[in-house]
Design a protein around this ligand. Structure first.
Ligand code: VGL
Ligand code: ZN
Length: 199
């Protein structure tokens, strides 16, 4: 039995000054850097969108960022353009120690489907391959931190719980976007899924 640390989307665009900045997003980096040692398998995710991605408000006429819309796979929040493949905004924050990672998952690369979770795209069907990777290494426990608590961290945690992992979210090493109560909602859903929220 092995444990994994999965660090979600600690990229320039989610940190202060970025295109979809999360308040104090960069404050979690020293804590994350101190956590690598305690885990067998260490993964990073990178939000990684082609230009004109369908999750960008700019791709929908008459829509503004932070408005919701309907996609063929269900409700989708529209965002400012962010984490465009190859851009500085898509790069990991320079203070994040990325050298510890066994593997890096890139998600949201399909122009038509967003991907909050590290495990499945927002259609809840298309796998990123991370589950197979962790399974093949004997990982049973998944610890998550990063950005943003209420979107990519929560969706990753909920999918991990559904897949049968024991899941902990290290909230001291997370920061939230918190749109219209999204943080409270995410916390409730995670608790209901038996995910441990740890400070
Ligand atoms: C995220 C919104 C859009 C996240 C990614 O990392 O939480 N949020 N893309
Ligand atoms: Zn995104």
């Amino acid at each position: 039995m092995k444990n994994a640390l999965i660090i979600i989307d600690v990229q320039n665009d989610f940190c202060p000054g970025g295109a979809l900045a999360v308040d104090s997003g960069d404050e979690i980096i020293p804590l994350i850097n101190s956590m690598w040692q305690n885990h067998d398998i260490r993964c990073l995710t990178q939000d990684w969108h082609p230009k004109g991605h369908s999750s960008f408000a700019s791709s929908h006429e008459g829509k503004a960022p932070f408005e919701a819309t309907e996609m063929f796979y269900g409700a989708q929040m529209l965002w400012p353009d962010h984490c465009v493949i190859g851009s500085d905004g898509a790069a990991f924050h320079p203070d994040l120690e990325t050298g510890h990672a066994n593997m890096i998952v890139r998600k949201g690369i399909n122009p038509a489907v967003d991907s909050y979770s590290a495990f499945f795209e927002n259609d809840h069907k298309t796998s990123t391959g991370l589950h197979g990777y962790l399974q093949s290494l004997g990982v049973t426990e998944v610890n998550l931190a990063g950005l943003a608590t209420d979107y990519c961290v929560a969706h990753s945690a909920l999918d991990a719980a559904k897949l049968g992992y024991e899941v902990r979210v290290l909230e001291a090493a997370c920061r939230a976007i918190d749109l219209d109560g999204s943080l409270d909602k995410a916390r409730t859903e995670m608790r209901e899924a038996n995910i441990t929220l740890e400070f």
